[in-house]
Each structure stands twice: as C-alpha cells, then as structure tokens.
Ligand binder design. Structure first.
Ligand code: EPU
Length: 336
C-alpha cells in the first residue's frame, strides 16, 4: 500500500509550463523536511526511482515517469539581519517571483533584476537563473541540500555550487544525488542598482527603487516573452553559445551587426535568439510547436505535441544554425 500522501497515476501536463503530456506513477509534495525524508525512505524501501520536479518551468517531461516524482513544497521563508545586509532563508517550494516581489516590496536590493522568472526557489540554483545582468550566483550565500540516498542534510557555499552560465554542480557531480531544500540569499538595504543590460537604465528615472527596477524588468519581459499561462513554453529553449575569440572574429567579419559579449575567460557569448532569427525562423511553425514571434530563443507549444516531436523541432533549428553559422546550439531545459 502506498503512503496516504502519495498520489498515483498523476497527470503532470499542468505541472510543466510547456504542457507536454506526461504522467507520474507516484507523486508527492512534502511540506516539511521530515516528510521529505519519509518520502525518500519509503521510495527506497519500494525500490522506486526518484525524480524531482520544482515549478516545471525548465523541464522536458517524457510521457511516463515510472517511480516517485517528488515536488518539494517547503514554503517557509524568513529574514536574518547580518550587518548591513539581510540574509533571506528560503524554502525550496517558495515561488521565485513571489519572493522577488516580497523582498523589493520591503525596499531590499538584490533580486529585482530576476523578477518574473517562472519556477520555484529550489530550482533556481540548478541552472543558476540569470537575467538583465544579474545571476543567482551574485546573491546566493549558501544552499541546503538533502541527499536522496539517506536523507541527510548538508550545506554548500556559493563557491561549492560551481556556478557558471546556466551551470552548477547540481547539473554535474550532484545530479540525481540531492534535492535542494533551502537557499540563503544576501540582500542589501542600500540602493545597489544593476542597470547595464539593454535599455533598463533609459526606461528608469533617477534613483529608482528596487521595486521600480523589478516592475520595469517585468514590463520588458512581458513585451518579449510569452506568458506560459497563455502560451505554453519553457523560456529560453537554447543556451546562448560560447565560441572562441577566433570564431567570433570570423563571424563578425561576415555579420558586423551580430550581438556578441566577450567573457572573462576569453570566449565570446553569442545571442542564440539572434542566430535563429537570422535563419528566418522567428515565428516559424512546426506542427504543434513554433518559434515565438517576438523572441526566437523561445519555443512554444500550441497543443497536441509531445517531447520527441519537440526535440526533433529543436534539432532542426539547431541544424539550420549550424549550417549557416557553424555554431552548435545546446538545449537549456532539463530532460527528465
Ligand atoms: N535577438 C534577436 N532576435 C530574437 C531574439 C534576440 O535579434 O528573436 C537579439 C536581441 O536584439 C539582442 C540579443 O539577441 O541583441 C539578446 O537578446 P535578449 O536581450 O532578448 O536576451 P537573450 O540572450 O535572448 C538571455 C537569457 C534570458 C534573459 C535575457 C535577459 C539565455 C539562454 N537567455 O536571453 O533568459 O531573460 O537574456 O537577460 O541566457 C531564460 O533563461 O529562460 C531566459 C528568458
């Protein structure tokens, strides 16, 4: 008999923002650390594979997930004064955007550029969410994790998380080994605006508050990115590719207007959206899927499609970009 708080044969299509058809053999949403440990122990006893699912905004779900899908619903958060700053201790199940708006509503600085990113706080470190010149890594102090094997808790410092562009230890060494249970974020009481990206500064007046910045970021995002509640999508479908300085120079000779961003390690980041757009694919429709008409980096699902079809579309787009620019695009969402 399965535990009372487990559901069986659960439809996960509403639980992923791409609305891919998917179901889980078992599903549970523990609200405390103890309940989470109990879930893990029980899954081991029953020899069930465990999959983790946060807000479902950055995953590609298969049609069937055998075993137990765990949705951490740890939704407590609190603040601790620390000198000039405040440390926010945030449960993995807290909605990221709700947290951002709650902190800017208190006049705190640090998360404003990351407004309107869908998903849960527990998923944020996995891909080191980033937007408008700020990454989670810039504000993260530590992460609490629970080991899936035996339920023990451990802390990782920001350095130990090995953050990179849309990368972290949770995608490499710790993949499939831990569940993130809590984040500790460092927030500032004093104004610390980061307005260097795009036209953020021009859109804001003198001395904006963190709430002003967050509201402006929301407006910019809403102008370009489809709302998953209206049109299914998982945000950027590809990572912005990093190429060598040499390859960037050759491409810039041919395409002088190409957006490019030199990185500290000597590589150059290109805009995948621009590359796809240049291939004439913005707004293109491929059966149940399409390239969004305002942001070519986002693939949208009009309904009736599935993961293999979506992956085939992504492959076709990547092949066109490779043929035209010689640049390899990598998928951003996680394949469960
Ligand atoms: N561009 C085009 N055509 C397009 C899309 C973009 O020409 O269809 C050009 C833009 O004009 C600009 C450049 O490409 O010159 C970059 O575009 P944008 O500023 O919209 O940002 P992005 O590189 O496409 C990244 C993140 C977004 C994040 C924005 C803002 C990745 C994979 N994506 O997009 O993150 O919101 O920067 O910081 O790094 C996400 O991860 O889901 C996401 C939305």
């Amino acid at each position: 008999m399965t535990p009372r708080n487990w559901l069986s044969e659960v439809d996960l299509s509403p639980a992923n923002t791409l609305q891919l058809p998917s179901s889980a053999e078992y599903f549970c949403a523990p609200v405390t650390l103890k309940a989470l440990q109990d879930c893990l122990r029980r899954a081991h006893q029953e020899m069930l594979p465990i999959q983790l699912l946060g807000g479902g905004s950055n995953v590609l779900l298969p049609e069937y997930l055998a075993g137990l899908v765990v949705h951490p619903a740890l939704t407590q958060w609190w603040m601790e004064p620390r000198g000039d700053s405040l440390l926010a201790h945030v449960g993995a199940g807290v909605n990221w955007h709700a947290l951002v708006m709650a902190t800017v509503g208190k006049g705190l600085w640090g998360l404003e550029n990351l407004a309107l990113i869908p998903g849960s706080c527990g998923a944020a470190p996995v891909q080191n969410i980033g937007a408008y010149g700020v990454e989670l890594a810039d504000v993260l102090e530590a992460v609490e994790v629970m080991y899936l094997a035996d339920g023990h808790l451990a802390w990782l410092s920001a350095e130990e998380c090995a953050f990179g562009y849309r990368e972290s230890i949770f995608k490499s060494e710790l993949l499939g080994k831990v569940v993130i249970t809590r984040l500790v974020l460092r927030l500032k009481r004093h104004a610390a605006p980061v307005l260097g990206y795009g036209d953020l500064a021009q859109r804001l007046g003198e001395s904006p508050s963190s709430l002003d910045v967050a509201n402006t970021v929301c407006r910019v995002r809403s102008e370009k990115l489809p709302d998953p509640a209206q049109l299914a999508n998982a945000g950027s479908f590809f990572k912005n590719p990093l190429v060598s300085a040499e390859q960037a120079r050759v491409l810039l000779d041919a395409y002088p207007a190409m957006p490019h961003f030199a990185q500290q390690n000597g590589t150059v980041k290109l805009a995948a959206g621009w590359l796809i757009d240049q291939c004439g694919l913005k707004g293109a429709r491929f059966g149940a899927f399409g390239v969004h008409h305002r942001q070519a980096l986002v693939l949208v699902h009009f309904g009736g499609g599935n993961r293999p079809e979506l992956l085939a579309v992504a492959e076709q787009i990547a092949a066109e970009v490779k043929a035209r620019f010689g640049v390899l695009l990598e998928i951003e969402p996680r394949l469960l």
